[in-house]
Design a protein around this ligand. Structure first.
Ligand code: 5AD
Ligand code: SF4
Length: 348
């Protein structure tokens, strides 16, 4: 029945609130067909290769007050750390030894670093390792983005979190959605490949706004979308709300694949946290990227954005072994390339 849905035969540019609403409204019996359909599109557009991105969480300091996040400035229950440059390079080396070709440098919005501190790290990594670099450091002035691009950064992840401007302001006090969108457009203009994304199941989130999330990413022409369920963290103001559902998250993942056929779509750590099979389900619903964690185990549990990250206890060897086993079972291969954005868009 899914394949007969009229909106799926339309040109991708024609997706709108109404046509996507029909997909969102599909019931639980139709969901598996939707997920399978997204999986077919994934296969046709980006193939069976899964791109691995090594994430290194080098600082858990953050000056922001996001109501949902365990790293928020007001959470005094976690101990804060900053990796030394040497520790960062060691983590990069470990990732490279496992064959990874992209390093994601992530932190909270840590005002301790000057733009050139970060640039120095980027330059060093680029000089000594054959990798692409993705930054995930939050909102910064144009000048900093320029400096980091000049230093060799390739991509930037900045999730818009929710496309509902009112909800956005509530859950990110003192911030507004338009500033975030401006940062994304700025990054794109500078020449970064950009990634955005949102949480699913936030308290007060409407269906309309979830559709807007997909449409916003389409409009921004993002190269990557990180989509995961909201997971309540007990030491945050949203700690008593319930988590976003797995099926809803998979549905949105699938719709994103349908609307943005050549995008890079990770099976996010947040999805993997939901249950043991969630990562497999995501890879079967449109996802083609996995981000194994290479943050040193000594500080891993202190990067507690949300509780119960499955990879907390896994060292790189374990997690890479599990990953290889899973991909083999699914007849998926590990990409040996940098996994840059797919530039040539083929719609058929
Ligand atoms: N549940 C799910 N995702 C979260 N993030 C932060 N807090 C939570 C949470 N409680 C995500 C946000 C952010 C990224 C670093 O982690 O999308 O961009
Ligand atoms: Fe800081 Fe990002 Fe967490 Fe917000 S979501 S508190 S910006 S680390």
């Amino acid at each position: 029945a899914i394949d007969n849905q009229p909106m799926l035969t339309k040109e991708p540019g024609n997706f709108n609130q109404e046509s996507l609403r029909q997909l969102f409204d599909l019931g639980e019996f139709e969901l598996p067909a939707l997920l399978r359909y997204a999986n077919q599109i994934r296969k046709k557009q980006v193939g069976d290769e899964v791109h691995l991105r090594a994430i290194i969480e080098f600082s858990n300091y953050c000056s922001c007050h996001c109501l949902y996040c365990g790293l928020r400035a007001g959470n005094h229950k976690i101990s804060r750390y900053r990796l030394t440059n040497q520790e960062i390079y060691q983590s990069v080396q470990t990732a490279v030894r496992y064959g990874l070709k992209t390093i994601v440098l992530q932190s909270g919005e840590d005002r301790f670093y000057q733009p050139y501190d970060i640039a120095h790290v980027i330059e060093f990594i680029k000089k000594h390792f054959d990798v692409a670099i993705t930054l995930s450091l939050g909102e910064h002035p144009h000048q900093s983005y320029q400096i980091w691009l000049n230093a060799g950064a390739d991509r930037y992840l900045l999730k818009h979190e929710t496309a509902d401007p009112i909800l956005y302001q509530k859950i990110r006090p003192g911030k507004n959605l338009q500033d975030r969108i401006n940062c994304l457009m700025d990054l794109k203009d500078l020449g970064y490949q950009i990634g955005s994304g949102n949480m699913v199941g936030l308290p007060g989130q409407t269906l309309t706004s979830l559709i807007d999330d997909v449409l916003l990413m389409k409009k921004l022409n993002v190269e990557m979308a990180g989509i995961g369920p909201f997971l309540p963290h007990p030491d945050t103001p949203l700690g008593c709300y319930s988590a976003g559902s797995l099926s809803q998250t998979l549905k949105i993942l699938a719709i994103t694949r349908i609307v943005l056929p050549t995008i890079h779509l990770p099976a996010t750590t947040a999805i993997s946290t939901v249950n043991d099979d969630a990562r497999r389900l995501a890879l079967g619903s449109g996802a083609n990227v996995i981000m194994p964690n290479f943050t040193p185990l000594t500080v891993r549990d202190q990067y507690s954005i949300y509780p119960q990250k499955i990879d907390i206890i896994e060292d790189p060897k374990q997690s890479m072994n599990n990953l290889k086993k899973l991909l083999k079972e699914m007849n998926r291969t590990i990409s040996m390339s940098y996994g840059h954005a797919v530039k040539i868009k083929k719609y058929s």
